[in-house]
Design a binder for this molecule. Structure first.
Ligand code: SF4
Length: 352
């Protein structure tokens, strides 16, 4: 049977929007989860978290928080490539049920969407937030209160910091404030992967779950679609190795809810622009084959992508299936279950 693009989109949406196929069966907080403690708590009890916050804020004076290394004085309100102001800006905070299954659990992943971005891709789906900077400037105390609300009122399993790189000092400060008010769930550092090693070392012992993208394997593509960031593939690979060194492969509680580790994302793009085979081979050879990898099928044309003919369409069924075939070929054994389910549906239809 032929697989149509409409079938493909329908199945992808079904998998992305539903937990019908989730292995989770969560009706109570497990004892293990109750006894579990986040990394930042240990650091705070050792008296080291405050030092990290000072170190992070000192970087703002000549900002080099990310590989752009603009050198502007963020504390005085000077703006660099990311256009971020002195205060932290937030667009929204909510439980999110479209993230990877171990992050979502029963009550959702507590996402906080930060305004602005240090990478600025031409196909960004969140472009009003990341590129136009929609959102509100708030104090670090307000950010801490959002974290507490996500945990206490909404029952989220983690604090999912979306595009955190350019506001990392605010996040650390707010985390300490929130810990004093009872924050006990893991931080998820949800990043494009465009991170400096020196900065990630400040996060060692604070972040429990890293959720990075590895978007491209080729400098030319990275420069073309991500605002001149030709160093993205090399920088991103080094960053992910450091994240893996810090927290290792994903560990979950007995209900399947993530506690610590790396969840790696890769968006399949049209015309093999993302270098998906190279990405999968790199993961298999440089990280564990048990690394949790989400091979994402949801690319769609957004923002300025219409100006680039090779990415001005969605991906085909065949482009998604070849990515999943490569994952099998190189031996990755911990793929996101929603991707695996989509593949099974189309494999069945391919043989009908
Ligand atoms: S965080 Fe922003 S200002 Fe700082 S180096 Fe990166 S792009 Fe420049």
């Amino acid at each position: 049977m032929d697989i149509t693009r409409r079938d493909f989109i329908r199945s992808s949406l079904l998998m992305g929007g539903s937990l019908l196929f989730s292995p989770l069966n969560l009706h109570a907080v497990s004892k293990e989860a109750e006894e579990w403690r986040p990394a930042y708590e240990k650091l705070e009890k050792e008296g080291k978290l405050v030092e990290r916050i000072r170190e992070a804020y000192s970087i703002f004076q000549r900002c080099r928080l990310c590989p752009r290394q603009c050198g502007v004085n963020r504390q005085r309100g000077e703006k660099g490539f990311c256009r971020a102001p002195a205060k932290v800006m937030v667009y929204s905070y909510n439980p999110h049920f479209g993230e990877e299954v171990p992050l979502v659990g029963e009550h959702g992943s507590g996402t906080i969407f930060f305004s602005n971005c240090n990478l600025r891709c031409v196909f960004c789906q969140n472009w009003p937030i990341s590129q136009e900077g929609r959102g509100e400037e708030i104090q670090d105390e307000d950010l801490a209160d959002m974290m507490i609300k996500l945990q206490e009122k909404m029952g989220c399993h983690n604090i999912n910091l979306v595009t955190p790189t350019h506001v990392m000092p605010h996040i650390l400060n707010a985390t300490r404030m929130a810990w004093k008010k009872g924050l006990r769930i893991p931080l998820v550092y949800n990043t494009s992967g465009y991170e400096r090693l020196e900065i990630l070392k400040i996060l060692d012992g604070i972040v429990d779950i890293y959720l990075p993208d590895l978007k491209y394997m080729d400098a030319e593509q990275a420069a073309k679609y991500s605002s001149g960031a030709s160093d993205y593939p090399e920088v991103g690979k080094k960053a992910i190795l450091e994240m893996h060194r810090q927290v290792g492969v994903l560990q979950s509680d007995k209900n399947g809810v993530a506690l610590r580790g790396v969840v790696l994302r890769h968006l399949v793009m049209p015309n093999r622009v993302a270098g998906t085979e190279k990405f999968i081979k790199w993961v298999a050879e440089n990280l564990s084959k048990n690394t949790y990898v989400n091979i994402m099928a949801q690319y769609h044309v957004e923002y300025k992508a219409y100006d680039y003919p090779e990415i001005a369409r969605g991906i085909t069924v065949q482009e998604f299936l070849e990515a999943m075939d490569w994952a099998q070929k190189y031996g990755l054994v911990n793929l996101d279950p929603k991707s695996v389910m989509v593949r099974k549906i189309f494999d069945r239809r391919r043989t009908d």
